[in-house]
Design a protein around this ligand. Structure first.
Ligand code: FAD
Length: 555
């Protein structure tokens, strides 16, 4: 954690050096001592510290300086650091002016020059002020800060990406009345104000509307492989990919896992998984993902934040191209890319996505729904979990379910929980047919299939969970897929006793193997898979024994 700052300003170089020396000697181990030779120079330092979210504990300022007096400097500096303690250094002749200025700049103390010996004339005063400051102010947040507008899709994507990658960040809504946020907004230049969100890194670097790839790089995530070749490359870091990574690396395979959003996949977005073996009181998807990532890293898995966009098969080698231009090769490739949310096709929905309309439970938005009505579209477990989660924040959660009951689409334990939660209301036979709003969602139109009624209701938050589809077009010319894009494997590829086209080996495709030897598929993206965390984990783990069998023949 960066130490809080003691800033001293004096135009007399010798005095400045002497006071800096005395401050460092006594306080150097707990504070950063900075100095400036004039008011304007000191204001530059103050602005930079504000941008970096560092704390200033104390200003120790000479009163009589050419250009800008100590009091004039303080009047501007305390707008940015209103809680910093203020001590004015004055010569004998200035004491009246200093006393008069006490009210003007809220000075805590004035000291007469020279202050020797400091043990008697300087330290006792400062000790007391520093003690007061430390008792009253918790340490400043020091991670990444995101400054933007709640309704901006770009702000939502950045918050979601950081949260799901477990990168701590602080969200600052520019519309908030918080004085800290207001003073930070004033420090942005015109271009930054026009290009929100701005991400402020702990070292003060500011990124205007960064892409997720840029953000990944600056947030310290690995975006390129360290080696050109691996025994096993896994695309997709959901439960299936993570399980394969843990088993692969723990059994000695040089393993790389490529994930374009955040490890955890769909499961990472679940607010509470209650049916995963060994966790009787459930656990959040974020916890499951975090634990799995720690475990994978412990076994030496390399995790890369990037999107795989192309596969090439070159004899026994399989090569992957990533969206950031990087490439890597492997002996065995495991596809664990899961599924993505199906889009709701209704006027206004696409335009307002990220500005009040979200796919999935979008847990980063939960706090913002405090005291509002929240609408959740969908009738499966994911929608039920989301409704339970939002019910803790929102005034009322309305579930819009297309069917006439939840019995065939949702686990009974969740149905019981929904029914027992007073601020959750379920409307059956309903669907959203239009979304309204200029800058952000303001209302939705709901159609009821039984009464044929159409109602427009005010709404600021709509969470859509209406099933999911695989995203495997980038593999279209390589592996065999069904009409929806799910990938065939093992016995599904042998039709009428015939092996898949182009299959040259003297054996059938292995259980989780695709029509290309050495390319395996696990989890939700596999044709015929059971779409559960445990089954994804099971398939990912089991696939490693097939990878070993394959490698024993090619390596
Ligand atoms: C909100 C919610 C709640 C759920 N609750 C439960 C529950 O309580 N119990 C239960 O058993 N199941 C639950 N499920 C289902 C369960 O989460 C899924 O079955 C499981 O996550 C599937 O795992 P997977 O690894 O196959 O795929 P996914 O979890 O979909 O992970 C696939 C990963 O691949 C990445 N990816 C995709 N394409 C690429 C590419 N080209 N390059 C790089 N990366 C890529 C994606 O970003 C994603 O992270 C829930 C699902 C959701 C959405």
């Amino acid at each position: 954690m960066a130490k809080p700052v003691l800033l001293t300003v004096d135009d007399d170089r010798e005095v400045l050096r002497a006071i800096e020396r005395d401050l460092r000697r006594k306080y150097g181990s707990d504070y950063r001592v900075l100095r400036a030779g004039s008011g304007p120079e000191a204001l530059e330092i103050v602005r930079e510290l504000k941008i970096r979210n560092n704390s200033i504990t104390l200003f120790l300022i000479d009163q009589r300086m050419p250009g800008m007096s100590g009091v004039d400097f303080l009047a501007q500096a305390i707008e940015l650091f209103p809680d910093a303690k203020r001590v004015l250094l004055t010569a004998y002749a200035d004491t009246d002016a200093a006393i008069a200025a006490i009210n003007e700049a809220g000075i805590n103390h004035y000291l007469l020059k020279p202050w020797d010996p400091p043990e008697e004339n300087l330290y006792p005063v400062l000790d007391e002020l520093l003690e007061d400051w430390n008792a009253a102010f918790p340490p400043q947040f020091e991670g990444i800060r995101v400054l933007g507008n709640r309704w901006s899709p770009a702000s939502h994507n950045i918050k979601d990406f950081l949260a799901r990658n477990h990168v701590p960040y602080q969200w600052l809504d520019i519309e908030s009345a918080d004085s800290e946020v207001r003073s930070l907004v004033e420090l942005l230049d015109e271009e930054e104000t026009r290009n929100l969100p701005v991400v402020i890194l702990p070292n003060g670097v500011r990124l205007k509307q960064p892409t997720l790839a840029d953000l990944a790089e600056h947030a310290g995530l690995r975006t390129r492989a360290t080696e050109a070749f691996y025994d096993l490359a896994i695309v997709g870091g959901g439960p299936a990919g993570l399980a394969a990574a843990v088993y692969g690396a723990s059994e000695g395979l040089r393993t790389v896992m490529i994930e374009r959003e955040a490890p955890g996949g769909q499961a990472g977005m679940s607010s509470r998984i209650e049916n995963y073996l060994g966790f009787p009181s459930g656990l959040t998807g974020a916890d499951l993902a975090r634990r799995a990532v720690v475990q994978a890293r412990r076994f030496g898995v390399e995790i890369i934040s990037a999107e795989a966009t192309e596969v090439r098969v070159d004899g026994p080698y399989r090569s992957l191209k990533l969206a950031n231009g990087a490439e890597l090769s492997c002996h065995a490739l495991l596809v664990a890319t899961g599924v993505q949310w199906r889009k709701l096709d209704a006027p206004g929905v696409e335009r307002l996505t990220g500005a009040g309309i979200y796919y999935g439970a979008a847990m980063t938005e939960a706090m913002s729904t405090k005291d509002e009505d929240v609408y959740v579209v969908g009738g499966a477990n994911s929608a039920g979990q989301a409704a339970m989660h939002f019910s803790r924040y929102a005034r009322r959660v309305v579930m819009l379910v297309r069917g006439s009951s939840l019995a065939s689409t949702m686990s009974q334990y969740l149905i019981n929980q929904l029914k027992a939660t007073p601020n959750i209301h379920i409307e059956y036979n309903t669907s959203v047919v239009e979304a309204h709003g200029d800058e952000h969602l303001e209302a939705i139109t709901i159609h009821c299939a039984t009464t044929k009624e159409v109602n427009k209701v005010p709404a600021n938050s709509l969470f859509i969970m209406i099933g999911a589809a695989p995203n495997t077009d980038w593999l279209a010319n390589i592996v065999e897929r069904d009409e929806l894009g799910f990938i065939y494997s093992g016995p599904q590829l042998t039709r009428d006793g015939r092996r898949p086209n182009g299959w040259k080996l003297d054996r059938e495709p292995g259980l989780l193997e695709t029509n290309v030897p050495g390319i395996f598929v696990v989890g939700d993206v596999r044709h015929g898979s059971v779409k559960r965390v445990a089954s994804g984990v099971g398939e990912g783990s089991v696939a490693i024994s097939f990878v070993h069998q394959y490698l024993s023949k090619v390596v």
